[in-house]
Structure formats: C-alpha cells, structure tokens
Write a protein that binds this ligand. Structure first.
Ligand SMILES: Cc1cc2nc3c(=O)[nH]c(=O)nc-3n(C[C@H](O)[C@H](O)[C@H](O)COP(=O)(O)OP(=O)(O)OC[C@H]3O[C@@H](n4cnc5c(N)ncnc54)[C@H](O)[C@@H]3O)c2cc1C
Length: 295
C-alpha cells in the first residue's frame, strides 16, 4: 500500500507566505510531502513600491514589482496554484481539512499556513483578477494626473509615501508649502479623494470561530490556531499588539512558523514545546520620493 503523502498548503504568497513557502522545502521530504502555495494573482506585488507605480509611469515599475512565483520553491519542490480561496473548511478535525477556490476547485490539506495579509481601500485595493490589473493602474494614474486638488484621508505611512511620490514629480512652481490642518467646520472640495487610511485583515474566507471581533486571527505565541494545531498564521492578519509590517512577517513571524511546522511533522506537541513569537522591534521605514527614506 502506498503511504499517505501529506499536503502542506500556504495560502497567500506575499511578504510572509513566500518566506514560508521558500523555507519549507528544506525540511519537507518531497517523497513524503507535497507543498502547495496558493495566491489569487500569478505574482506577488511588492507593496512598498506600488504607490509610486500608481502615481506615475516613470520608471515603469509595473514591469519590476510584480514578481512571479516560478523561482519560489527551493529545488522546484512545490507547486504554485493561482486561485482565490473563498472558504477554509477546517471543521473540528485537527489533522486535515480543505479549501474551496472561487472557481469551485477543492484543495485538501494536512497542514495549513494562512498568510492572506490585509485588505486595503483606495489606490492599493488591487483587483483579485490579474486581467484587470493594467486597467486599475491606468485609472489611478489618470485620476491623479487630472486632479488639481487631491485630499489624502489618512496620514500614516501610506499617505506619507503617496504624498512624497506625487510631490516629487511636480514642477516646483506648482506646489507651495505643505499645509496640515483639521477639517472641523471647514468644507473641503477636492477633485480627488484618496483613501490612505489603514487596512483590515483579509480573513473573509475563514470560519468566524477563528477570528477576533476585529477580524484578525487568534493565535498562540507559537502562531498556531488554539483550536487547530495543524493550522498556522502569520503576517498582517494575526491578532498581535504590534504595527504590522513586511519586515515583521518575514523576519519575526515566518521563522516561528517554519520551525513549528517542522516540529509538528516530527510529532512534537508544538503548543507546549514549540518556538514562540515574542514580538519584534517597532520600527518603520518609509520611502521619501525616489531616492530618500525616513526611519
Ligand atoms: C503601499 C504600502 C506600503 C508599505 N510599505 C511598507 C514598508 O516600507 N515596509 C514594511 O515593512 N511594510 C510595508 N507595508 C506593509 C507590508 O506590505 C505588509 O505588512 C506585508 O505585506 C504583510 O505581509 P503578509 O504576508 O501578511 O501579506 P501580503 O504581503 O499582503 O500578502 C498577502 C498575499 O495573499 C494573497 N491573497 C489574499 N487573499 C487571498 C485569497 N483569499 N486567496 C488567495 N490568495 C490571497 C495576496 O494576493 C497576497 O499576495 C506596506 C503596505 C502597503 C500597502
């Protein structure tokens, strides 16, 4: 009888998921385990560079910041599936489950890693369908080019970066000093309003029992789900009191998940003896125009 080949599925090939999918083949024996990475688009979008791409066609960033998954698996040990996961069917079973994709395909898993990141409003609300990407980029560039008065609603990292990218390409005489003022009692009539406020966790495909009231995923310090020791989560979608960044997903969360998947495979009770995540240094670096950065 052929022994059961276990299937490891990573959902979301962004900052955190790619590191996990790239690291796991070093641990998984391809004769006994299958590794699958599922992402809704056929490429990863390098988000920090995406704002400049949306503001301007200078440098043709769209040719450089969409990174396909063809080289993600070490020694080719893994399979990439392009698909939008619409439902995680975990049931009460801690050994296996399945995922439903928007086109009706069902993918079975033994171990699942969730890394679907955030849902953004405004310019970075990229389409789920790659065939609509060029139109999305062209529409954002066009509306910005045509607007005289742009109101950014949200002055966090995304708002600051988009402002710097926009200002840098303006002729000096068209732009006066930056004014920051409250809107209380004052009617603003911009040509274009860009929603640059924060993001929500991208967890719509998950059972509500996995989630906090904020929509984030409840995790143990081992980055396992309390109810399902065979499911791990990392990146923006986990409930953790920290500012979410790509750096944390890649350098803080991913090594914990990779180590604990390896221990789970060896039969170790990860929730008791696994590697724990205890937080990362709070630091954020944002670009300041084409060549500058602020930490
Ligand atoms: C404009 C912008 C600038 C940023 N700048 C910085 C920065 O300078 N430094 C920094 O550290 N962080 C920055 N961040 C934050 C950083 O990008 C995120 O914290 C990081 O990407 C989170 O990683 P993640 O793996 O959780 O999710 P993501 O990197 O967002 O990856 C999620 C992946 O899951 C896929 N996906 C989503 N839903 C599904 C589904 N249902 N089915 C299949 N696939 C799905 C998506 O296509 C995506 O590839 C920035 C974010 C934005 C939007």
């Amino acid at each position: 009888m052929t022994p059961h080949k276990s299937t490891f599925v990573v959902v979301g090939g962004g900052a955190g998921g790619v590191v996990v999918a790239r690291s796991l083949p070093k641990t998984l024996d391809p004769t006994r385990h299958d590794l699958i990475l599922i992402n809704k688009l056929p490429y990863r979008i390098i988000l920090p560079a995406s704002l400049r791409m949306l503001v301007s066609d200078k440098g043709k960033l769209e040719e450089r910041i969409f990174v396909p998954y063809d080289k993600v698996f070490v020694d080719g040990n893994g399979t990439f599936i392009e698909g939008l996961v619409t439902q995680v069917n975990a049931g009460d079973n801690s050994n296996s489950g399945s995922l439903t994709l928007s086109d009706g395909r069902v993918i079975e898993y033994d171990v699942l890693v969730l890394a679907t990141g955030s849902k953004w409003d405004g310019p970075t609300s990229f389409p789920d369908d790659a065939s609509k990407m060029n139109a999305h980029i062209a529409a954002r560039r066009d509306e910005i080019a045509k607007a005289n008065d742009i109101l950014l609603v949200g002055g966090g990292a995304v708002g600051i970066v988009i402002l710097d990218d926009y200002v840098e390409d303006l002729p000096a005489e068209t732009f006066g000093p930056v004014q920051i003022r409250t809107v209380k009692g004052k009617a603003l009539e911009p040509d274009l309003l860009l929603r640059t406020w924060g993001a929500r966790s991208n967890t719509a495909c998950l059972p509500s029992s996995f989630l906090t009231p904020n929509g984030t995923i409840k995790v143990l310090p081992t980055l396992q789900l309390p109810s399902h020791p065979n499911i791990f989560a990392l990146g923006d979608l986990i409930e953790w009191d920290e500012q979410k960044t790509a750096a944390k997903a890649q350098l803080g969360h991913a090594p914990v998940v990779v180590k604990n998947v390896e221990l789970h495979l060896k039969g170790v009770e990860v929730s008791k003896k696994g590697k724990v995540y205890s937080g990362s240094m709070e630091i954020i670096m944002v670009s300041n125009g084409r060549v500058g950065a602020i930490i």
